[in-house]
Design a protein around this ligand. Structure first.
Ligand code: SF4
Length: 361
């Protein structure tokens, strides 16, 4: 089956699905005939930084992973120096197939492949993007741009901060005392700073000393919630997820006592006021996949409700483009009896809905 990147990329809803479809892509006839693998990219879930290079080289083409060999080793070293280990950084290329003889990608090939990478960015939703080399910089910022003029500064791509810097192969070519290596090192440090800055903007933290304070955090969260919002609660058994959901229910002013939904999977709490949305409280612990979550037959639509999902990590993220992720952890060593019930609550806003909209905890 012929796969058109422009049509298929928009229809996929997960990075895994995209990878499966891209593996079958033959939009560039010459590349499809000469490649060994389609190098889709590495996208660790939750990666905050996406690095974009030009195209797979000979080794990448065989192994199927971007940035291996000498360039990859240098990149790993520099990433570790700035506190961004490779396993927490996403990497992809402008082209997913190797041009024969390592020639430069042609314009039509770059255009063909663009929908795949654009959709990967949508689905990954990184905090910061960093382009490595001239081809990737032109892909993001337009034809004719020069890295020497762009590097060292913050640019923007699709509303996200973007840093354009040299490809590690240029740093290797100019040697350890060359300007590209120093620039690459500086620019990756800038990427790490921008990611930390954005993380602070999209994250709120609070501590609940007991159940009553946890309910208070839920009530404060509820003040920012509106119909269509999805809240994903995670934390070990007994962390306080249901207590926080009770606070959200109280803040929304819904009917019925919010209890653990363990035996019913999902429960709808209608709003007492016509101005407020109902609460849909879901326990996804025994649900295996997004399909099963979709199959739950509810009396309220997700669009008109606030949906709070316990144990939803890795299962419900694709229900909406935007969501609140709430993680509850023990705040202190349980050997201290006074702190035994204290919990740290971290709220992360994903997507445009939550840019600058997180309530203070
Ligand atoms: S380079 Fe991209 S668009 Fe071209 S065949 Fe490979 S995956 Fe498809």
């Amino acid at each position: 089956m012929t796969v058109s990147p422009a049509e298929v990329a928009l229809s996929v809803t997960t990075l895994d699905e995209l990878a499966t479809c891209a593996q079958r892509c033959v939009a560039c006839a010459e590349l499809a005939a000469t490649r060994t693998t389609v190098v889709v990219g590495r996208m660790p879930p939750g990666a905050e930084v996406l690095l974009i290079g030009e195209a797979p080289g000979a080794q990448e083409d065989v192994i199927g992973v971007p940035f291996v060999g000498k360039s990859g080793q240098l990149l790993d070293k520099l990433l570790a120096e700035v506190g961004m280990p490779r396993d927490r950084v996403a990497v992809a290329n402008v082209l997913k197939c190797r041009p024969p003889g390592n020639r430069k990608p042609r314009r039509d090939e770059v255009d063909n492949c663009r929908p795949w990478l654009e959709r990967q960015i949508d689905l990954l939703d990184p905090l910061v993007i960093c382009t490595l080399g001239g081809t990737a910089a032109e892909w993001a910022l337009g034809a004719g741009v020069r890295i020497a003029a762009l590097r060292g500064a913050r640019h923007t791509f699709g509303g996200r901060p973007l840093v354009a810097t040299y490809h590690p192969s240029a740093a290797i070519r100019f040697g350890p005392n060359g300007a590209p290596l120093a620039a690459l090192r500086e620019d990756l440090a800038l990427v790490a700073r921008l990611a930390a800055e954005r993380r602070r903007q999209t994250e709120e933290r609070g501590v609940a000393a007991d159940a009553s304070e946890m309910r208070g955090i839920g009530e404060r969260l509820a003040s920012a919630l509106r119909p269509g919002d999805l809240v994903v609660l995670s934390g070990e058994l007994g962390a306080g997820k249901t207590t926080l959901a009770q606070g959200i229910g109280a803040g929304l002013g819904v009917r019925g006592h919010v209890t653990s939904p363990t035996f019913v999977i999902a429960r709808v709490h209608p709003a007492l006021s016509p101005d407020r949305p109902p609460l849909v409280h879901v326990d996804a612990y025994r649900l295996g996949s997004l399909e099963e979550v979709d199959d739950i037959d509810l009396d309220a639509s997700v669009e008109a409700s606030v949906t709070v999902v316990e144990w939803g990590e890795g299962k419900v993220e694709n229900l909406t483009d935007d969501r609140l992720e709430v993680r509850i952890e023990r705040a202190a060593d349980t050997a201290d009896p006074a702190a035994r019930d204290a919990r740290r609550v971290t709220v992360r806003g994903i997507g445009a809905r939550w840019a600058g909209a997180l309530p203070s905890l």
